[in-house]
Design a protein around this ligand. Structure first.
Ligand SMILES: [Zn+2]
Length: 162
């Protein structure tokens, strides 16, 4: 049972590509659902169950079990990100804590956070952007020149390429 669990977590982290800097996103490159978020399929009770990779990563790295009612929010706004250590560097935080972080980022007190690229867009666009990000990572690895613009729209007044 322990062995099976280890194989499962290994399979999970094989589907994640991490940026080189400690503050970078860790991007899920496995299955992506229509909502633009990842899905990790795990065998449970003789069948297959889909879990959200960011929740899986959070539970695995923190050792905490997330109550189903607790929402995990992306401080970085990148839906495929699974950088979920639960610590100060975590890109995923449970509900209210994440809202506080996002608020701080909006007020410009948090240097690394917040792209607006992923805000206020439709479900179809979310899905398209997640696929685009995954494709770029699978084809080129974490190449800053390719990946950065897909994560962050640095200048909101600049014309978008997409
Ligand atoms: Zn992130």
């Amino acid at each position: 049972m322990v062995r099976q669990h280890r194989a499962e977590t290994e399979r999970f982290w094989e589907k994640v590509i991490k940026g080189s800097r400690p503050q970078d996103c860790w991007i899920w490159v496995g299955a992506i659902a229509d909502d633009g978020y990842g899905r990790f399929w795990i065998p449970r009770d003789g069948g297959q169950r889909a879990v959200r990779p960011q929740r899986y990563a959070y539970e695995h790295l923190t050792g905490e079990t997330l109550h189903p009612g607790i929402i995990l929010m992306h401080v970085c706004d990148v839906p495929l990100c699974v950088h979920a250590t639960g610590g100060p560097d975590s890109h995923l935080l449970p509900g209210t804590q994440a809202l506080n972080m996002a608020d701080r980022a909006r007020k410009g007190r948090h240097a690394n956070a917040s792209s607006f690229r992923w805000r206020g867009i439709s479900r179809a666009q979310f899905h398209a952007r997640s696929l685009e990000l995954r494709t770029a990572l699978l084809e080129h690895g974490w190449n800053e020149t390719t990946i950065r613009p897909l994560l962050i729209n640095a200048d909101p007044d600049a014309p978008t390429l997409f």
